[in-house]
Design a protein around this ligand. Structure first.
Ligand code: E4P
Ligand code: PEP
Length: 461
C-alpha cells in the first residue's frame, strides 16, 4: 500500500479545507511537519485495533470522549488532568457497574480542526471567514484572527506532542492507579447526586481492590491504563505530512493519532479524505448521519475495509434522538449485508444541537440520553452489540449543555460557556451519563450471557 501524494489528494478534491493564500508558507509548514518524528507508534495503533475488535465482538465497550475543539490556550496541565480524570472516572463506573472492559480513547492531542456548516460568519453587518479550529484560524472576530494561517499546523503538532507526553505520564506513572480512584474527584463540585453515587462506588471498588491485592493480583494491572488518542482527520496537509511508513511492516500509518475518523461532512466516497484513510492501517472511524444513502454506506465500508479486518472500522452513528429508532436499523442491516462486523458507537451529541433564544448553541442532557437509549434499543432488537459512545465532554465545570445533574437551565449557559465550537457535557453530566450507561450496558451484557470473569484472554485494561 502506498500513500498518495498531496497534490494527487488535492486533485481528487476535498471538502472543508482551509484557503491558504501564501503557498510558500504552506510548503514550509508541511516540510517542517514531514521532518518531525511521528506522534504515535504504529504498534500502538495495532493494539488499539485489537481492542476495537473486542468491542465489535461484544466483549468490550468503547468510551471515546473529549473536547469538541481543542484550543492552543487550553493545553495546560490542569485541563489535561481534568479531562483525563473525568474520562477515567466514567470508565471505572462502566467497568465496575456494567462489568465490561472499557477501551478508552480521547478526542485529544489533535482535535484542532472543525468542519463548518457555513464558510462565513456575519456579525453586525461584518462578514468574515468562520472559525475552523485553532489549526486553521483564531476565534477572534477580526480579519487577522480569521485568516487561514498554515503556521498553525506546526503549533498543532507541538501542542499535540506536549499533550501526549503528559497523558502518557499520567496513565503510566501512577495517576491512573485504580487504588486512587477516590482522589480523582476530591476537588470537584460536591454534594451532587452524582457525587454520592461516585463516592459509594469508589468505596466498593477500594474494597474489591483490597481483596484482589490480598489474592496477589499484580501491581501493574492496577497502576497502568491503556489510553489512546483520536481526532477527525480533516486537514489534508497535516494528516498527509504525518502519514508514515512503519519500519516494522512497510505499511503506511497515520501517526498524528492512534485512531482517525472521517466526519459526516467529508465522507464522500470519491473524496480525498476517504482516499487517504483507505491507505492508512490505523483503526478508522466513520461518522454516519441520518441522510446517508445505503449505496454510499456500502461503498464506504468496502473501500475503507476491503479485507474485512477485525477492529478496522468503527461506525459512529449521530442520528439525533428523534431519528435514531427509525434510521439505525437500516444502517446496521446495510453494513451487516457486506459481511462486516464493525464496532457500533453512538455519538448522541451532533444530531441534537439547537440554539437557545439567548443565542447559545446547546444540547439537552435528556435528549442526549434519549439517543443513547434508542441506540441500545435498536441493537437489542437486532441482536447486535451497542459497542460504545462518542462524546464531546470536558473535565471542567462548564455550563454548555442544559439539563442533567445540576439541572442547568438556558439562563445558566452564560456562566461558563467556554467551548470554541459545540457544547460539551461537563464533568458531572459525564459521570451521570456513565451511571445511566452502566445500567443499560449491564442489562445487555447479561442478556448476552457474557461474563468477563470467564474470558481472561480478552481483558487487558
Ligand atoms: O463539531 C461539529 C461541527 O464542526 C459543528 O457542529 C459545526 O457547527 P456549525 O453548524 O455551527 O458550523
Ligand atoms: C464534526 C464532528 O462531527 P460530525 O462529523 O459527526 O458532524 C465532530 O465530531 O467534531
Amino acid at each position: 500500500m502506498t500513500i498518495p501524494s498531496l497534490p494527487d489528494l488535492h486533485a481528487i478534491g476535498a471538502s472543508q479545507q482551509p484557503t491558504y493564500l501564501d503557498r510558500a508558507a504552506v510548503d514550509a509548514a508541511v516540510a517542517e511537519l514531514g521532518a518531525r518524528p511521528p506522534l504515535v507508534f504504529a504498534g500502538e495503533c495495532d493494539d488499539l485495533k485489537a481492542r476495537i475488535a473486542d468491542v465489535a465482538q461484544g466483549r468490550a465497550f468503547l468510551l471515546q470522549a473529549g473536547d469538541c475543539a481543542e484550543t492552543f490556550d487550553s493545553v495546560t496541565a490542569v485541563n489535561i488532568r481534568n479531562s483525563l480524570r473525568v474520562q477515567l472516572s466514567m470508565a471505572v463506573v462502566l467497568q465496575y457497574a456494567a462489568q465490561v472492559p472499557v477501551v478508552k480513547v480521547g478526542r485529544i492531542a489533535g482535535q484542532y480542526a472543525k468542519p463548518r456548516s457555513n464558510d462565513d460568519e456575519t456579525r453586525e453587518g461584518v462578514t468574515l471567514p468562520s472559525y475552523r479550529g485553532d489549526a486553521v484560524n483564531r476565534l477572534a472576530f477580526t480579519p487577522e484572527g480569521r485568516a487561514h494561517d498554515p503556521h498553525r499546523l506546526v503549533e498543532v503538532y507541538n501542542l499535540s506532542a506536549a499533550t501526549l507526553n503528559l497523558v502518557r505520564a499520567f496513565v503510566q506513572g501512577g495517576f491512573a492507579d485504580l487504588r486512587t480512584v477516590h482522589s480523582w474527584n476530591s476537588d470537584f463540585v460536591r454534594n451532587s447526586r452524582v457525587e454520592a453515587r461516585y463516592e459509594a462506588l469508589s468505596a466498593e471498588i477500594e474494597r474489591a481492590l483490597a481483596f484482589m491485592v490480598t489474592c496477589g493480583v499484580s501491581d501493574d494491572a492496577l497502576k497502568v491504563v491503556h489510553y489512546y488518542a483520536s481526532h477527525e482527520a480533516l486537514l489534508l496537509e497535516y494528516e498527509h505530512a504525518l502519514a508514515r511508513i512503519d519500519s516494522r511492516t512497510g505499511q503506511p500509518y497515520g501517526t498524528s493519532g492512534h485512531m482517525l475518523w472521517i466526519g459526516e461532512r467529508t465522507r464522500q466516497i470519491d473524496g480525498a479524505h476517504v482516499e487517504l484513510l483507505s491507505r492508512l492501517r490505523n483503526p478508522i472511524g466513520i461518522k454516519v448521519g441520518p441522510s446517508v444513502a445505503a449505496s454510499d454506506l456500502r461503498a464506504l465500508v468496502e473501500k475503507l475495509d476491503p479485507d474485512n479486518e477485525p477492529g478496522r472500522l468503527t461506525l459512529i452513528t449521530r442520528l439525533g434522538a428523534k431519528k435514531v429508532r427509525d434510521a439505525l436499523p437500516a444502517i446496521i442491516e446495510t453494513v451487516q449485508a457486506t459481511g462486516r462486523t464493525p464496532a457500533w458507537v453512538c455519538d448522541p451529541m451532533h444530531g441534537n444541537t439547537f440554539a437557545t433564544d439567548n443565542g447559545y448553541k446547546t444540547r439537552a442532557f435528556p435528549v442526549i440520553w434519549d439517543e443513547v437509549d434508542g441506540f441500545f434499543d435498536v441493537h437489542r432488537e437486532l441482536g447486535t452489540w451497542p459497542g460504545g459512545v462518542h462524546l464531546e465532554l470536558t473535565g471542567n465545570d462548564v455550563t454548555e449543555c442544559v439539563g442533567g445533574v445540576g439541572e442547568l437551565a438556558e439562563a445558566d449557559l452564560a456562566h461558563r460557556y467556554e467551548t470554541a465550537c459545540d457544547p460539551r457535557l461537563n464533568r458531572n453530566q459525564g459521570l451521570e451519563l456513565a451511571f445511566y450507561l452502566a445500567e443499560r450496558l449491564n442489562e445487555d451484557r447479561t442478556r448476552r450471557g457474557y461474563n468477563p470473569a470467564q474470558d481472561f484472554e480478552a481483558i487487558d485494561l
